[in-house]
Design a binder for this molecule. Structure first.
Ligand code: ADP
Ligand code: MG
Length: 486
């Protein structure tokens, strides 16, 4: 391995989920509805039906292009990619190849991997339509046309990625961009993200900027999870290194393989000589149209705050640590929860602490996402206020939090049901402190002999006697005063 370096180029497909309708059809863009309920004649390739371009899909694609620092085209037009497959009733996919300028070319994206900044050059970003979804059963195959015509963005990187970790970090950054920009939920569990991974190895001391020095490209098709991307790359690196060691690498044909999740291996599909000829030509039913400069400027202005911008704000405006801010923005839904809680008047640092430690800890344990949590930002803001107003102690708050999370009840309701109320009355605490001191003459003696930290033990006894209801700060102050009087 020491003599070689790995080159990885990614082709990432992401469905644009945040449009009302499909990319060339008026059917609803909602794949997960009842199968075959979101279908218009064009999705079934009925003759004589013409495509109509969805402006919002183009707008979102151009927004992604701007975020990725790509060059946008002067005109938008589409191309036909011809092949036959049961999930493609038209017999062609409407897409954008590189000749008719796609929505983006020659961009770059900076991303962080293990605390280090890296850059990937983007070769192109193009807008196309998804195919229908096929489900194979023992009795036959079922086709769901809800997916036919769903807008799909395909991003093609240069082979600037050098390890499985970098590939996954890049994909996570892209997912975050799609989510924060409101382009897509980018949920791989819903099949919204699918990747083709290209891997080769080359001599370490050769110049990487010269493509002549690159190794033989092996494409791995349809890897559908980030874990799969990691495993497929690592498997493929190992396989190619073994070929090098056996002196067989140079005989290896350029090829397409498929990732087999079950066996954890890549399997040969076809070599370059069997490459499919898609006979591209310009889609005649969609006239080309001009992308106005003003429109691009408008789209650029509309780009929502992305994860790294929110992170900066949390650090600078709220004094939250860089680590915690990173945790908060990792998922948009969590960042939204945090911001909603603050909007409701909660102190930002308290909100951050509750979310990063208690909330995410509990969700992880229960294997739930934040959208499945019963607790709302309203509940959390209320809880934080109750602690701040000393209505309940922070110890009590932990129990209330857990119950609110499990039941969806409001913290106020839980506290009143449980009869929780913090004791903040000096007289009442003094009484308990007096009792504790009476019961522990030997502890007082140890204290007088210099073991001053025995105060902690005594305060602990006060908390115990009050069922955790005494305000701990008050209990401590009063104990310190009273013990001196003995
Ligand atoms: P094709 O013409 O076969 O589609 P491209 O040159 O367009 O191939 O590249 C497709 C993808 O493969 C891109 O993501 C690119 O970065 C990547 N790629 C190309 N050559 C290599 C290589 N030698 N090693 C790894 N990835 C490569
Ligand atoms: Mg492609």
């Amino acid at each position: 391995m020491n003599n070689y370096k790995v080159l990885i180029g990614l082709e990432m497909h992401c469905e644009i989920s945040e449009t009302n309708s499909k990319v060339f059809s008026a059917a609803a863009n909602n794949y997960s509805d009842i199968p075959n309920s979101n279908v218009r004649p064009i999705d079934m390739a009925f003759p004589g039906i013409l495509p109509v371009v969805n402006k919002e899909a183009v707008r979102k694609a151009l927004m992604a292009s701007i975020i990725l620092n790509c060059k946008q085209p002067e005109y938008i037009y589409f191309e036909r990619k011809n092949y036959y497959y049961p999930d493609l009733p038209k017999g062609f996919q409407i897409t954008q190849e590189t000749k008719p300028a796609p929505v983006g070319i020659y961009g770059h994206l900076d991303y962080e991997c293990d605390g280090e900044m890296k850059t990937v050059r983007i070769n192109n970003l193009h807008l196309e339509e998804d195919a229908a979804a096929t489900e194979h059963l023992p009795s036959g195959s079922l086709i769901n046309y809800n997916r036919a015509g769903v807008p799909l963005l395909e991003l093609v990187t240069e082979p600037d990625i050098h390890s499985a970790d970098e590939a996954v970090a890049f994909l996570e950054t892209m997912r975050s961009i799609y989510q924060y920009a409101g382009i897509s939920e980018a949920d791989s569990k819903k099949g919204q993200i699918r990747c083709d991974v290209n891997v080769s190895i080359m001599d370490k001391d050769k110049d990487e900027t010269n493509p002549d020095n690159w190794g033989i490209k092996v494409e791995i098709k349809n890897v559908n999870s980030f874990g799969g991307v990691r495993d497929a790359i690592n498997y493929e690196i190992k396989r190619q290194l073994e070929l090098k060691e056996d002196g067989k690498y140079d005989e290896m044909p350029q090829q397409t393989r498929r990732w087999d999740e079950e066996s954890g291996t890549t399997i040969f599909m076809r070599g370059k000589v069997d490459a499919i000829d898609y006979k591209y030509f310009t889609e005649p039913n969609i006239p080309k149209y001009k992308v106005k400069k003003e429109w691009l400027l408008e789209i650029e202005k509309d780009i929502p705050r992305l994860a790294h911008e929110r992170k900066e704000e949390y650090i600078n405006n709220y004094g939250i640590s860089s680590y915690d801010a990173g945790v908060l923005v990792k998922e948009k839904a969590i960042s939204d929860f945090f911001e909603e809680t603050i909007k409701l008047g909660a102190d930002a640092k308290s909100a951050s602490n509750w979310i990063t430690t208690n909330l995410l800890g509990a969700l992880n344990k229960a294997e739930l996402t934040i959208s499945q949590a019963k607790m709302t930002p309203n509940h959390l803001a209320e809880l934080i206020k109750m602690v701040k107003d000393k209505e309940i102690s922070s110890q009590q708050a932990k129990g209330v939090f857990t119950e609110s999370l499990n039941t969806g009840k409001s913290p106020k309701e839980i506290a009143s049901e449980k009869g929780l109320k913090q004791i903040t009355d000096d007289k009442e605490i003094e009484k308990v402190v007096g009792e504790v001191l009476d019961e522990n003459p030997n502890v007082i003696e140890q204290y007088k002999n210099g073991k001053t930290n025995m105060v902690n033990y005594l305060v602990g006894q006060v908390m115990k006697k009050t069922g955790g209801k005494a305000n701990p700060g008050l209990a401590r102050d009063i104990m310190a005063k009273e013990i001196e009087k003995r």
